[in-house]
Design a protein around this ligand. Sequence first.
Ligand SMILES: C[C@H](N)CC(=O)SCCNC(=O)CCNC(=O)[C@H](O)C(C)(C)COP(=O)(O)OP(=O)(O)OC[C@H]1O[C@@H](n2cnc3c(N)ncnc32)[C@H](O)[C@@H]1OP(=O)(O)O
Length: 123
Amino acid sequence: MTVTHRRYVPYSHAHYAGSLVDGAYALGLFGDVATEVCIRTDGDEGLFAGYSDVRFVAPVRAGDVVEVTARVTRVGTRSRTLELGCVVVCRSRPDRGESAAQVCDPPIVAVTATGTVVVPPVP
Ligand SMILES: C[C@H](N)CC(=O)SCCNC(=O)CCNC(=O)[C@H](O)C(C)(C)COP(=O)(O)OP(=O)(O)OC[C@H]1O[C@@H](n2cnc3c(N)ncnc32)[C@H](O)[C@@H]1OP(=O)(O)O
């Protein structure tokens, strides 16, 4: 089971020099995509129990279009382990003009993680 979300990163989320967004932004997106995984697999939004690994490989910037993916790699009794990824698929080109932007081909791997969600027991 794999779920993918796409999101434009608004300029209101720029937090650091170079219009970088904070690392927690990607974790929020992981929570949303993991929620859809839980809905599809277990009919419940589930709860994030923890991350065993998070890597910030490249910056995410305001003006990016990001694709966030969650793939179920292990199914326990109530826990489900997810492989998570956030890649940048479009990026602004301010050097070419205020609103110029381009498709990133190939996409830029920005954040990877392994996480565990927990769903309620089957009644
Ligand atoms: C995806 C969400 N919709 C979006 C979010 O981000 S939710 C926001 C952040 N998360 C929370 O606020 C959750 C707060 N935590 C809790 O409510 C609880 O700790 C929990 C529900 C996550 C777990 O509590 P509990 O039900 O008492 O757990 P257990 O009975 O001990 O274990 C059940 C299974 O879960 C595995 N597990 C528990 N904790 C962890 C952990 N930190 N890391 C990895 N796995 C964990 C445990 O091994 C059990 O697995 P199996 O059922 O045997 O497969």
